[in-house]
Write a protein that binds this ligand. Structure first.
Ligand code: PEP
Length: 251
């Protein structure tokens, strides 16, 4: 059975002080997280402090991005071994804001996914179509390409550790989520493709939905058989709201 995963992507929000206040609040809100894995993805600047603050708690640490080389002359970048050293267990790769605002290609995402796994980090591979791609009827082609290239360098032995987040670009931060049914259909499709490429182990891949998830709509997504949790942006910034989402996702 796949354990649901709730990952909070704070993006470029929270100072160290604010991040620590959040962790203190979440600990009070969520004394018990049985039936769900909870991952906090603060900005790089707060990883170390949040990592220390969650030691001994059920919460896990994730990075919002990583670079694929382990070390070297790559000014401004952070490698998988560095993240592992800070206590990260997860790393997001290919978030649409990085793809669209910062020009990240499918090929860069492929390298990031492989680099994460090589350092024992669980990659959260984000895929999603834009509104234009959706309106042109290209959703499935775009998702299949992003998922295929993103997983190209991983093996059938590794695939069970992978997390894939379906995040339609038009739903991120817009207050306009996909319906549970739409997201469930895409999650089923993603799993079928993973099954074609990797065989039986694809059954272990956790597939998340992301895009304007709130306490009002989480039940729609949690009720879909192929959706195993959510990647949450805006609603992960407040401990009480995030705790509500986590509780609603436990199986
Ligand atoms: C995200 O950033 O991955 C995300 C899903 O954001 P939001 O929940 O704010 O739409």
């Amino acid at each position: 059975m796949r354990i649901p995963l709730m990952a909070g992507n704070w993006k470029m929000n929270k100072t160290v002080r604010e991040a620590l206040d959040f962790v203190a609040g979440l600990k009070t809100q969520l004394p018990d997280t049985s039936g769900v894995d909870v991952v906090l993805c603060p900005p790089f600047t707060a990883l170390s402090d949040v990592g220390r603050a969650i030691t001994g708690s059920p919460f896990e640490l994730g990075a919002q991005d990583l670079y694929w080389e382990p070390r070297g002359a790559f000014t401004g970048e952070i490698s998988a071994p560095m993240l592992w050293d800070l206590g990260c267990t997860y790393a997001i790769a290919g978030h649409s804001e990085r793809r669209r605002v910062l020009g990240e290609t499918d090929d860069a995402v492929r390298r990031k996914v492989a680099a994460a796994l090589a350092s024992e980090l669980i990659p959260i591979l984000c895929v999603g179509e834009s509104l234009e791609e959706r309106d042109d009827g290209r959703t499935e082609r775009i998702l299949q390409t992003q998922a295929r290239i993103g997983t190209m360098d991983i093996t059938a032995e590794q695939v069970g550790q992978l997390v894939v987040a379906y995040e339609p670009v038009w739903a991120i931060g817009t207050g306009r989520p996909a319906t549970g049914e739409e997201a469930g259909r895409i999650a089923r499709l993603l799993r079928q493709w993973l099954h074609e490429w990797f065989g039986e182990p694809a059954g272990g891949v956790r597939i998340l939905y992301g895009g304007s998830v709130t306490p009002d709509n989480i039940a729609e997504f949690a009720g879909q058989p192929d959706i195993d949790g959510a990647l949450v942006g805006g609603a992960s910034l407040d401990p009480a709201t995030f705790a509500t989402l986590v509780r609603a996702s436990a199986r």
